[in-house]
Write a protein that binds this ligand. Sequence first.
Ligand code: MTE
Length: 329
Amino acid sequence: MLIQSVDSNDPSSSEITPRPIYSERRYFLKQLAQGVAGASLATWASRQAIAGVAAPGKLAPLPGTASSIAGAILMEKITTYQDAATYNNFYEFGTDKADPARNAHTLKTKPWAVEVEGLVKKPGRWGVEDIIKWSAMEERIYRMRCVEGWSMVIPWVGYSLSEFIKRVEPLGSAKYIEFITLADPKTMPFVGSAILDWPYREGLRMDEAMHPLTLLTFGMYGEILPNQNGAPVRLVVPWKYGFKNAKSIVKIRFVEKEPVNSWGRVAPQEYGFYSNVNPNVDHPRWSQATERRIGEDGLLSKKRKTLMFNGYEKQVASLYAGMDLSKHF
Ligand code: MTE
C-alpha cells in the first residue's frame, strides 16, 4: 500500500488511527471507544436529532479493496460517518448544512441511468447498476476541502473515472468533460430557487478527469452513498475545492471547450474553473490559508494550515506546470 508522504502539516502519529472496518455496525462505537469522536460528542448528540443517520450499517454494503494508487490512502483520523452524512452541501435540498440529511430522503435513486454524449465513439445510456460493474471497487481515504474553509477525511468507494472514460472512447477532439446532475423539482425542493442555475453542473479538463486520483464514487464508509452525499453516483476530485464534486450525476458530456460550471455562472470572479485548493490564492471574500477540520469543534482546537493542492501536490502539480495559478484559480 502506498502512503502519502508525511510533511510538516501532516498529523502526528498519535493522531493516526488504524483503518477501521466501516461495514460493521459497531464502527461508530469503536470510534468512540478509541476516543476519536469524543471531542465532537456534543455536535454528534445534537445531530442525532436527524433521524436515520448515525453510523454505517443501514444502507447496502459496498466494500472496496484498499487502493494502491499513490496518495489514495491518507493516514489521518477519519471524520465520523455522522459528521460526513449530516454536514453537507447539496443545494437542491436546501442551503443549511443539515438540510440535505433532513430532506434528501425524497431523492429517488432507483432506477438511475447515466447518459454519455458528445465527442465519444460510444455514446449511450446505462443503468448505474451496470456502470458500477465496469471496474473493481476501491476504497480511497481522501482529504476533502470545502471552499468555505472546512475539511473532512472520508473513505470513499468507487473506481478511477479514467476507467469509465476509456470504456466510452472519447474522440481526440474531446478536451473537457461536463458533468450534469439531476434537477427534479418534484423530489428536490430547492431546484428552481434563485441560488443557482439548475441543473448543478461541473467540469474537468480531460487530463484531470483521467488522473488516477479522480474517483467516480458510488459509496462511502463501506456502503452505498447516502442520498445527501450524492447517491447513487458522484465525483470526488480530492485536490480541488468540494464544489467540483458533482453529486447525483445523470449526464456526462465530452466537449471541446471549457464548460462553465454552476458556480462559475453565478460568480465567475469568485469561483474559477480549476478551483484547485491553493492556500496562496484567497477567495475574494476570505483567506484560504487555513481550514477547520469537522469534528475538531472544541474551543481549543487549532485551525489547520491548508496544503497546496490539498496535500496532493506530488501527484497533481505537473498537470498545471507553467500555468499562472492566480489567474487560473
Ligand atoms: N452537487 C450537487 N448536485 N449539488 C450541490 O449543491 N454541492 C457541492 C458538491 N456537489 C453540490 C454538489 C459542494 S459546494 C460541496 S462542498 C460538496 O458537494 C459537498 O459534498 P459532501 O456533502 O458529500 O461533503
